[in-house]
Structure formats: C-alpha cells, structure tokens
Design a protein around this ligand. Structure first.
Ligand code: HEC
Length: 180
C-alpha cells in the first residue's frame, strides 16, 4: 500500500472515530439531561403534594378545643413577661383604652378585628369582619403577614409555640380582668 493511501485510510478512520465519539458524548449529555428533567419533574410534583399535605395539616393542626387544652398548661407569668418585652413598646394593655403605634390590647379577646374607633387600622384588618378569638389570635400572632397580608404590624410573629400559647393566655386573662 502506498503511503498516500495509508494517510487517506487513516484520515477516514479518524474522522469516523471522531464522529463516533461525538455522537456518544452527545447521547450521554442528552440522556443525562432527560434524567435531570425527569428528576426535577418528580421533585416538583412531590413538593406540591407535600405543600398540599402541609396545608391540610395546618388546617387540622390545631382546633379550638386543642388550643384550649394547651392553654391550660401555658404559663401566664411567662406570657406577661414576653408581652412586656415584645409587644408593649407598640401596644398598651391597661384600662382606660390608649393606643400607641399599635392599637390597645387591653380588651382584645373577642373584640372585632380592626374595630377600635380611635385607631387607624390597615385595610387588611379593617376588611376582616371576624373577631379576635383564640384561634385567630393564634394564627395572626404566629405569622402576622401571612394571616393578614398587608397588615402594618411590622412584628415578625412568634414561631415558638410555647411562647405563643403563653402570650395568648396572658392576653386572654388580661382582657377578662379589664372587662370585669
Ligand atoms: C413594632 C410595633 C409592634 C409590635 C412590637 C407588636 N405590634 Fe401588634 N400591632 C402593631 C400595629 C401597627 C398594629 C395594627 C395593624 C394593622 O392595622 O394592620 C398591630 C395590631 C395588633 C393586633 C390586632 C389588634 C386589633 O384591634 O385588631 C394584635 C392582636 C396585636 N397587634 C398583637 C400583638 C402582640 C401580642 C405583640 C407582641 C407579641 C405585638 N402585637 C407586637 C404594632 C406592633
């Protein structure tokens, strides 16, 4: 065989090899990609299911009677000192009713939401026609901005459920004392 035809054969062979390699590599990437898509798709649907499950749990998570049971075990004194520390810079808690940056909480229990006459509430609370029962207090104080989107209360909420229950126990007791 002449060296010219050798070179030609070599060139054809290496072109073929490059072609094989290229298609192998692209196949590899393509299938990885497909797997990725599938994986993220699966993850997404799983997350959605989870969200749904959590939302359902959230609704069932605490009922009025469950809260009342938990409140029996909550600590009134700790609730008072928590409120003194975390709420009283913005809220007054004594009679007669005085508003600060936030509305008075002296008579908060079962008061209609956003209803104190001398206080300028946000639309978020004004437009809510329910009352501050234990359950609404629980959800609002846990995540103010999620329960009442647009509220002007900048406080971030009480994520520790023990502290939250202590707080509610104190707000309830304080209201009952003030209304007597
Ligand atoms: C930085 C100031 C600030 C702090 C701290 C704060 N709040 Fe408020 N709070 C407000 C403001 C302002 C509003 C009025 C919200 C609106 O109109 O959207 C409000 C509204 C409320 C309401 C609704 C009252 C009503 O009459 O409808 C409750 C209940 C409440 N706060 C409880 C608390 C508790 C309990 C704490 C402490 C754990 C607390 N807040 C901490 C500023 C504050």
């Amino acid at each position: 065989m002449s060296s010219d035809s050798n070179k030609l054969l070599c060139a054809i062979l290496s072109a073929f090899l490059v072609y094989l390699l290229a298609s192998f590599v692209s196949e590899l990437f393509y299938s990885v990609d497909k797997k990725k898509v599938k994986l993220s798709y699966n993850l997404e649907t799983k997350t959605q299911d989870l969200d749904e499950a959590v939302t359902k749990m959230e609704i069932k998570k605490i009922s009025e009677s469950e809260i009342n049971q938990l409140l029996e075990k909550a600590n009134l004194e700790k609730g008072k000192s928590f409120v003194d520390k975390n709420c009283s810079s913005c809220h007054d808690l004594d009679m007669p009713i005085k508003n600060k940056i936030g509305p008075s909480l002296a008579t908060i229990l079962n008061r209609k939401i956003g209803s104190l006459e001398d206080y300028k509430f946000s639309k978020a609370l004004l437009s809510n026609d329910k009352e501050w029962n234990i359950l609404n207090l629980y959800y609002f104080l846990e995540k103010p901005k999620e329960w009442a989107p647009g509220t002007k209360m900048s406080y971030r909420g009480i994520s520790d459920s023990t502290k939250l229950l202590n707080t509610i126990k104190y707000l309830r007791q304080n209201s009952l004392n003030n209304e007597n």
